[in-house]
Design a protein around this ligand. Sequence first.
Ligand code: GDP
Ligand code: MG
Length: 178
Amino acid sequence: NGGANDPKNLRVKLVLLGDSGVGKSCIVLRFVRGQFDPTSKVTIGASFLSQTIALQDSTTVKFEIWDTAGQERYAALAPLYYRGAAVAIIAYDITSPESFHKAQYWVKELQKHGSPDIVMALVGNKADLNEQREVQTQDGIDYAEKNGMFFIETSAKTADNINQLFEEIAKRLPRPTP
Ligand code: GDP
Ligand code: MG
């Protein structure tokens, strides 16, 4: 029927959380536009983008993606941002242990205040910078497993695992009963 409760055509709000500079906006732009702009130093002003993907079972998922314009710096604003989100991508930078700790803060925040059935994905971005890695893959895996989250390492720069990230999220979404 095309409405919000059509189990064949889901429409979900997706938010991204994580330290400034970990690559949240770049992940979104890579997924939605297939682009990476290394010169964009600040988050692009446009804060809302959508992208639909088709799954093998012929269902579609339309992600309504809310990207912050830097509000991640203001913890008090976060609840306004993630309210009603069915999906949260919590991202860190594999070269930055501080960003990994901040990601854990956001996971706890969402566990306390997010929608009870929210699908959370923990994303270690900038996987192309493996020589500068300071967060081990296994630490991401372990933390995600303990918290019932999906985990993946991505590179918005090379596009590595970006589509896989959104496909795995789509597969994990609870389906409304028709
Ligand atoms: P945000 O603040 O989390 O939205 O981060 P941005 O998307 O604005 O990216 C911050 C910086 O990291 C920019 O200079 C990007 O070019 C760079 N960046 C983002 N993703 C990657 C990546 O996968 N690999 C590398 N090497 N740099 C990235
Ligand atoms: Mg940004």
